[in-house]
Structures are given as structure tokens and as C-alpha cells.
Design a protein around this ligand. Structure first.
Ligand SMILES: Cc1cc2nc3c(=O)[nH]c(=O)nc-3n(C[C@H](O)[C@H](O)[C@H](O)COP(=O)(O)OP(=O)(O)OC[C@H]3O[C@@H](n4cnc5c(N)ncnc54)[C@H](O)[C@@H]3O)c2cc1C
Ligand code: FES
Ligand code: FES
Length: 467
């Protein structure tokens, strides 16, 4: 096969992508064009995990679980994809498949391929196999009939059967792929991106696609140009400095989580509750900020840490503070040709305590109804420094600077009581499907009460499970 053709490696076999009329997902292509039907469609929007596959960009250690229903075929040209069929078959099943039957971990079986792919991703990683890591690995998979205990038992029983990594075949990645009516441009650096910005008309940026691909019409008939950002090397870097971490705009939430683990462990819980491993391995920091959703989980953290964003466009770079980024409901200051190329995450002062909490209908795999991030310094029970930012209480993520001003240089207990009794003067949340205005206000008071308990007991954190 000529390298210039559009190739995807499916279960170690080179498959040419051809005869595509419309923009489709990886899941549709596997099932409808290749009759690889072990991968199932449940919700088609990232919530159930039935469509989970493992993807590797260069046949190396970078393999990760993703939801194939949320990925457009054009995003994965040149990648290696492992589906349930690649693990084993009736005559030669994978040890995890055997364990599922031994532990009675499957009844109707619809969810089983997805659970097995999530289990394999964990077995394939460097993580220790514990209840916590198993719970996390399957947090993006739903089972309606079996119950989770046998599934967890099955995964635990093969903790020593880690499968070998993906094969070493490499495929040339094309810089431009036309699939039906959609052309995908894949710049590998900012210089190439600049050329596309000058040459391509009417385009959309796409990073992971975990937000944008939800709005993709089932069959998109329109001519479209998509500029992919995840292939740009400058957008994938992570640099650790003494006082800050610099993160490229296309760093995935999972890599963000790994990067902060030792220096900002206070952020682990909220990032671990971000979607599921499948979502975190696909969704990016830049994408999260650029959706400009009032309930995005990253913005409140960046607001209380006073992060700077680096913007890149046709006219080069500029820097702006996160406080100036959001303009209105799902609106930000970026021009059509501008991207977030990187951001700086200042490491919090050792004297400060950082808290970041979200409330959602489910503990795992759910978008926040409200969230609150706090950066506070207390000396002798007096608040010396305070930054608070909330999600889900206004049309943008909101820095609670007026409330903070009223609370500093005062006893923390009195200040928090003041905040709880006067919160309606500082935030007026809206009602929507996730929660009423009244619920949001009362729930936010609950988070302030949680802060009070943490400070009284001198705790670094108090998770919702402990409360
Ligand atoms: C099941 C599910 C669970 C989720 N859970 C959570 C959650 O717990 N918390 C949460 O906050 N969100 C959650 N999300 C939302 C989403 O996953 C995140 O917002 C994610 O970070 C988006 O990143 P992306 O790279 O996939 O964005 P994309 O979908 O690729 O892009 C989103 C938008 O940003 C633009 N864009 C992307 N990157 C850049 C850039 N660098 N510069 C300029 N523009 C850019 C795109 O053009 C597009 O308009 C969830 C989504 C799903 C489907
Ligand atoms: S089909 Fe439900 S997550 Fe993809
Ligand atoms: S076995 Fe039926 S949904 Fe899980």
C-alpha cells in the first residue's frame, strides 16, 4: 500500500480508508465499513463506554483508551487501533476474557467488550492494580445487568497478565486527509499551522473532539475544513519550572493530572473526577477553556492560581491573564485564527492551602453542577490571602473577588459565616437542567461549610466521600 493513502492500523493490520462519503466516527467505520462489530454503540456521546477501543499514535507506549463514538475517522488516520477482536478469539481468548467468564462478570454482554478494553488499558499501564485504580479505570463504563463486583474481581484476578504493548509498525501520517466532504489538516508545528491559517478558508479547530464532536450532525453533508491541533508538537509540551508548570494547549487532561501529581496533589481529586479515563485521554486543557463553558472544571483552578495564557495566531504570540479570557456564555476573546498555545500554572505558595471541589449528580463521569476553587493563606486564624472562583453560578466561570475582599484580614470562621449568610449578594446562579438557582446557592453554601471544617481541623482536603 502506498504511504500517501489513508491508512489505519486495526489490530495490527493495515486497513485503507476509502469510499467515505460523509464525515463519520471511528465507531461507525469499524462497525459499518469493516464489520468489526465487537465494539458496541450505547449512548454515542461518551457516557457508557461500550465503544471503548485502545489507540496508539506511534505503536509505542502511548496507548490509551478512548471512546470511538466521540472520535472522527479523520482524527485517527495513521494511528493504531486495538479493538476487542484484537485481544483474543473463541479458540484463543485473552486471560481477561477467561476471567470474565470465570467470575460471571457478564450477563447480556453488551457492555463487556468496553469493560475488557478498559481493564486491558489498566493492565497495560504502569499503574498498580488496586481497588482504586480498577474503579477509576472502569469509571467510564456502564453495566446495567451484572453489577460491578464480579467485573472488579475479574480484572484483579489477572493483575499479573499484562499484555504486550502495541506492535511497532509505523505508518506515515499525511498532513492533509480528505474524507468525503471534510478535509483534515494536521500541522506538526506552529509554523505549519501559520501556513494553514493563511491558506485555508472557513475552518474549525479540533483538539480532542470530546466537546465539538458531540455537536457533529449524524451525517454532515457540508464541505468542512478541520485543523487538528493535537498533532502540533509545541502544543503537547510539559515543562516543569521551580515556580510554575508550563503546559501546551493540547496536553490531555490525563497528562495534566500526571504532571501535577507531585507538585499540586490538592488538584488530583478534581482531575480524577473529570469525565472518565476515555474522556481524559482525549480531551485537552485548551479545549476545556475554549468551550468556555461556565461548568468547565479547569477554569476555576486557573483563576485562583492567576494563570497566564499564551495565544498564537496569524500575527504571532501574545500573553493574557485568564481573568480576561471569558467574555460571555460559551464566548471568549479568541479571534477566529487564534488558539491557546500554552498556559502557565503557578505552583501555589507553600503557606497557602488549595481546595478544588465539584458537585455533580454522579461522583464519576459527570459534568459539574457547581464547582469551587480556593487559594487561601491563614496566619493565626486570620485570612491573609484569598482567591475563590466558582463554576456553574454565572454565564462564565466566576472569580469571587468582591466576596474575597470582604473576607481578608478577618478571622476565617467569622468570614466564612459572613459568606454563607450573604452569598446571594455575590452570586445569582441560573436554573437549568442540572440544578435550580436555589439548589445551586444552597449547595455552594455547603461547600463553604466544607471549607470551614477543613480549616478548623487543619485538613488539606475533605472529599465529598468524607463529608
Ligand atoms: C462524557 C463526557 C464527560 C465530560 N466530563 C467533563 C468533566 O468532568 N469536566 C469538564 O470540565 N468537562 C467535561 N467534559 C467536556 C469536555 O470533555 C472537555 O471540555 C474537554 O476538555 C474538551 O477538550 P477537547 O480537546 O476534547 O475539545 P474539542 O472538542 O476538540 O474542542 C472544543 C472547542 O474548543 C476549540 N479548541 C480546542 N482546543 C483549542 C485551542 N488550543 N485553542 C483554541 N481553540 C481550541 C475547538 O475549536 C472547539 O470549539 C465531558 C465531555 C463528555 C462527552
Ligand atoms: S457509545 Fe457510549 S460512550 Fe461511546
Ligand atoms: S452485562 Fe448487560 S449491560 Fe453489562
Amino acid at each position: 500500500m502506498a504511504d500517501s493513502e489513508n491508512i489505519i492500523l486495526i489490530n495490527e493490520r493495515k486497513v485503507e480508508v476509502k469510499n467515505i462519503q460523509h464525515d463519520i466516527t471511528l465507531l461507525d467505520w469499524l462497525r459499518n465499513y469493516n464489520k468489526i462489530t465487537g465494539t458496541k454503540e450505547g449512548c454515542a456521546e461518551g457516557d457508557c463506554g461500550a465503544c471503548s477501543v485502545i489507540i496508539a499514535d506511534d505503536g509505542s507506549d502511548s496507548s490509551r483508551p478512548i471512546n470511538s463514538c466521540l472520535v472522527r475517522l479523520g482524527q485517527v488516520i495513521g494511528s493504531s487501533v486495538t479493538t476487542i477482536e484484537g485481544l483474543g478469539c473463541d479458540k484463543n481468548p485473552h486471560p481477561l476474557q477467561i476471567a470474565f467468564t470465570k467470575e460471571h462478570a457478564s450477563q447480556c454482554g453488551f457492555c463487556t467488550p468496553g469493560f475488557i478494553m478498559s481493564g486491558i488499558s489498566l493492565l497495560n499501564s504502569n499503574k498498580k492494580i488496586t481497588d482504586d485504580t480498577i474503579n477509576d479505570a472502569i469509571s467510564g463504563n456502564l453495566c446495567r445487568c451484572t453489577g460491578y463486583s464480579p467485573i472488579i474481581k475479574a480484572i484483579k484476578s489477572v493483575a499479573n497478565d499484562r499484555i504486550s504493548k502495541n506492535d511497532n509498525q509505523t505508518i506515515n501520517k499525511n498532513k492533509k486527509n480528505k474524507l468525503g466532504n471534510v478535509t483534515y489538516f494536521k500541522p506538526s508545528n506552529l509554523k505549519e499551522l501559520k501556513n494553514y491559517l493563511n491558506d485555508v478558508k472557513d475552518f474549525q479547530f479540533l483538539a480532542g473532539g470530546t466537546d465539538l464532536n458531540l455537536y457533529r450532525p449524524i451525517i454532515n453533508q457540508k464541505e468542512d475544513n478541520i485543523i487538528c491541533l493535537d498533532s502540533i508538537k509545541e502544543l503537547n509540551h510539559i515543562k516543569h519550572h521551580k515556580e510554575k508548570i508550563e503546559l501546551g494547549g493540547a496536553v490531555t487532561i490525563e497528562n495534566f493530572l500526571e504532571a501535577i501529581k507531585s507538585k499540586m496533589p490538592q488538584l488530583i481529586e478534581i482531575l480524577q473526577r473529570f469525565g472518565s479515563p476515555q474522556i481524559r485521554n482525549q480531551g485537552t486543557i485548551g479545549g476545556n477553556l475554549c468551550t468556555s463553558s461556565p461548568i468547565g472544571d479547569i477554569a476555576p483552578i486557573l483563576l485562583v492560581l492567576n494563570s497566564d495564557l499564551k495565544i498564537f495566531g496569524r500575527n504571532g504570540f501574545k500573553k493574557i491573564n485568564i481573568k480576561k479570557f471569558f467574555k460571555g456564555y460559551r464566548k471568549n476573546i479568541l479571534k477566529k485564527d487564534e488558539i491557546i498555545s500554552s498556559l502557565e500554572l503557578p505552583i501555589a505558595n507553600k503557606k497557602n492551602k488549595i481546595f478544588s471541589w465539584k458537585l455533580s449528580k454522579r461522583y464519576d463521569q459527570d459534568i459539574s453542577t457547581i464547582s469551587l476553587a480556593i487559594n487561601i493563606q491563614i496566619q493565626d486564624n486570620i485570612i491573609k490571602e484569598l482567591y475563590m472562583a466558582a463554576g456553574g453560578v454565572a454565564e462564565t466561570p466566576k472569580l469571587l473577588d468582591k466576596l474575597c475582599k470582604k473576607m481578608v484580614e478577618k478571622n476565617f470562621d467569622d468570614s466564612i459565616e459572613f459568606a454563607i449568610h450573604n452569598l446571594d449578594k455575590f452570586i445569582q446562579p441560573i436554573s437549568d437542567l442540572r440544578g435550580s438557582s436555589h439548589y445551586r446557592l444552597e449547595a455552594m453554601k455547603g461547600l463553604f461549610r466544607r471549607l470551614q471544617i477543613c480549616l478548623r481541623q487543619d485538613k488539606e482536603s475533605l472529599s465529598i466521600m468524607e463529608v
